[in-house]
Design a protein around this ligand. Structure first.
Ligand SMILES: Cc1cc2nc3c(=O)[nH]c(=O)nc-3n(C[C@H](O)[C@H](O)[C@H](O)COP(=O)(O)OP(=O)(O)OC[C@H]3O[C@@H](n4cnc5c(N)ncnc54)[C@H](O)[C@@H]3O)c2cc1C
Length: 300
């Protein structure tokens, strides 16, 4: 660690949220909150103070009575991947996202909270979380009197970065909306190789009501600085039938129209041109919607 952050002169390893709040409040300068530590592969903070989160009791993952899935921020991607409640949540969308996230050794280091807070455009889980109407349970280190965590919703519009959200706060849990526990969902990642950083990610969720789609959420990442939803696409799909199209194939169905409507303001990415990424986005949105229905194309 000394080699990775040579400016560091102080290291703390709190075991309660109250101690962590006090440490952050009294820190001179901005401390580095160490979770999996893998972001040090991309950026080296010039900080004097490392606060290691790994002794905090935020590693549990459980389904609540309301069917919310509460994921401790220190849960590793590997643990989430193997967790039975996570596997069955919303058609297995979390497993699809974790399977595509980096390599197995890295998945055993990267934490769910770190994946959210790192704020890199290629982070996969925030896109799935946005489609799952996630809330972040946060402790505010600016107010040490307030020892209980507050819940905040993820931003919808891409204006607020996940990083900014956690500047004065640390995340203890990510809470996934129980409304989507038995819903349909799918996640697709487009990258150069199976373990490479995402160029585009798409997550789609909806609640089936007979044959109709309700509470549709379509989120994209990778090609935008922070994950964002596609409200126009969601509106096109809301209330529509997701199976038994008469005389239609999926490819000429509303899913293709929905894909065609998908558009965002792209961030720069030297790996692929803007035109190419726009086209792939449209195809991925169509395909992810089809995958989310769980209905095979030949069932039309
Ligand atoms: C080679 C490589 C490939 C990768 N590929 C992918 C990929 O394909 N997809 C993907 O999604 N990710 C990928 N990652 C991981 C990603 O880039 C980040 O490094 C990772 O998400 C950071 O998580 P961490 O637990 O290691 O956090 P850390 O590196 O420990 O911390 C990251 C940041 O988050 C803050 N932080 C951590 N936990 C909290 C918390 N609970 N509350 C508030 N702030 C917190 C820290 O202070 C720090 O600023 C890859 C990483 C590497 C090294």
């Amino acid at each position: 660690m000394a080699k990775l952050i040579p400016t560091a002169t102080r290291y703390d390893r709190p075991d309660t949220p109250e101690t962590l709040q006090r440490l952050i409040k009294n820190a001179t300068g901005k401390p580095f909150l160490l979770a999996g530590g893998t972001s040090l592969g991309f950026s080296r903070p010039k900080t004097e103070h490392i606060i290691d989160l790994n002794r905090l009791p935020f590693r549990e993952c459980r389904l609540t009575a309301l069917h919310d899935l509460e994921i401790g921020a220190l849960t590793t991607i590997g643990d989430l991947e193997r967790h039975n409640d996570a596997k069955s949540f919303c058609g297995g969308i979390l497993t699809q996202a974790t399977d595509a996230l980096a390599s197995t050794p890295l998945r055993n280091l990267i934490t769910v909270g770190g994946n959210l807070a790192a704020g890199y455009p290629w982070c996969d889980l925030p896109v799935a979380f946005l489609a799952l109407n996630a809330r972040l349970r946060c402790f505010d280190s600016a107010q040490t009197d307030c020892v209980s965590p507050k819940e905040i919703s993820l931003p919808h519009d891409g204006q607020t970065t996940f990083k900014k959200l956690t500047e004065n706060q640390f995340v203890s849990h990510i809470v996934l909306d129980g409304k989507y526990a038995n819903a349909r969902g799918a996640f697709t990642k487009f990258s150069r190789t199976s373990t490479d950083l995402a160029i585009i990610t798409v997550a789609v969720t909806f609640i089936p009501d007979e044959n109709s789609m309700r509470s549709v959420r379509v989120a994209v990442g990778g090609l935008v600085p922070v994950p964002q939803r596609l409200p126009e696409v969601e509106m096109m799909l809301e209330g529509q039938t997701f199976k038994n199209f008469e005389g239609q194939t999926f490819e000429n169905s509303l899913f293709q129209e929905a894909g065609a409507a998908a558009d965002v303001i792209l961030r720069k990415d030297p790996r692929a041109s803007d035109d190419y990424r726009r086209n792939v986005l449209k195809t991925l949105v169509t395909r992810t919607c089809i995958k989310a229905t769980g209905v095979m194309a030949n069932e039309n």
